[in-house]
Design a protein around this ligand. Structure first.
Ligand SMILES: Cc1ncc(COP(=O)(O)O)c(C=O)c1O
Length: 327
């Protein structure tokens, strides 16, 4: 990767995040010593961290360059992207107005609690269809304009071209930390993290996205975003096609799975590492399944830990943690 981006960037995360070996987990899975690593993007600093902080470095800088005074976005009730956007808006001196899918909870917990703590204005839409979110975000932006504000809209998940550039830079960071890397495994919701990494590596074969069940059109969407992001970075589109593992969707987005809970058990027991049910447990479950069936490449395999911790302290996730089986 030789070209770069001239897009402005805000500094929100202490980078590079650590790349740590997972010796015990690798041994439990029968992998070679030194084959399995975790990239700690759960440690991106701002407001309990996670992958979205990197994206916000680019998208909030773009908002400031556009003289916006208000960020408008939205997501699922327990959206990490919304929590971190609310925090980054605070840091940037901007207001934040968001749409959350669901009914207002009697008692705010996890990401909702933090989103409110960061002073975001929350509009709830009680719909089973996540595609209603885009029009609701546009309507909220119109309302902000009508009241004299200059809104800057971030799509759900923060997966705009600016946001995805952050993972082109993260791919560069990973190449420096692990020049021979053979595969990065990451949870895919809106797909921007996956797309940015593939664009940064120039090769779809180096990234395995694990579908967590948010959208049905991930393969064409990741392919499109990877092309757009590569073009914005000034490099050619990545070779090949996006690799997507759809084996871990279970009951759908936000529905915990037994395989995810078993993945948490193994990570806790071998590495003292925590996963949450919606994203990282599903991604790790796919990695474990592939290790056990001998489908992982022989070179270094990197699990991208994308964070998501606040959801662990909500009622459903507390039950998931409490009821997990132990060996
Ligand atoms: C903790 C966590 N992991 C992974 C993802 C997936 O990232 P993306 O939306 O870029 O696919 C998200 C996005 O919501 C997330 O919050």
């Amino acid at each position: 990767m030789t070209a770069t981006t001239t897009r402005p960037r805000l500094r929100l995360a202490p980078l590079p995040t650590p790349l740590e070996p997972l010796h015990q987990l690798g041994a439990a899975l029968g992998l070679s010593p030194g084959q399995l690593f975790v990239k700690r993007d759960d440690l991106t600093g701002l407001a309990m961290g996670g992958n979205k902080v990197r994206k916000l470095e680019y998208s909030l800088a773009a908002a400031a360059a556009a003289s916006a005074n208000c960020i408008v976005t939205g997501g699922a009730a327990q959206s990490n992207h919304v929590r971190l956007t609310a925090a980054a808006a605070r840091r940037s001196g901007m207001a934040c107005s968001v749409v959350l899918v669901g009914a207002p909870p009697e008692k705010a917990e996890g990401n909702v609690l933090l989103t409110l703590t960061f002073g975001a204005q929350v509009t709830w839409i009680d719909t089973p269809d996540h595609t209603d979110l885009g029009p609701a975000i546009s309507a909220l932006a119109d309302a902000e304009r009508a009241s004299g504000n200059t809104p800057y809209v971030l799509p759900p998940g923060g997966s705009s071209t600016e946001g995805n550039l952050a993972y082109v830079a993260a791919a560069q960071e990973l190449r420096e930390q692990c020049p021979g890397l053979a595969l990065v495994v990451t949870a895919d919701a809106s797909g921007g993290t996956h797309a940015g990494l593939a664009a940064g590596f120039g090769d779809h074969a180096l990234v395995l996205g694990v579908d967590v069940g948010l959208r049905a059109d991930l393969i064409p969407e990741v392919a499109r975003m990877a092309r757009d992001t590569a073009s914005e970075w000034g490099v050619t589109a990545p070779r090949g096609e996006p690799q997507l593992d759809r084996s871990q969707i279970g009951g759908g987005y936000g529905c915990p799975t037994v395989a995810g809970r078993n993945a948490l058990d193994l990570c806790v027991d071998t590495e003292g590492m925590i996963l949450e049910p919606t994203y990282t447990a599903k991604a790790m479950a796919a990695l474990i399944m592939r290790a056990q069936s001998g489908e992982l490449p022989a070179g270094p395999v990197i699990f991208l830990h994308t964070g998501g911790y606040p959801e662990l302290f909500t009622g459903d996730a507390v039950d998931w943690l409490t009821n997990r089986r132990r060996a």
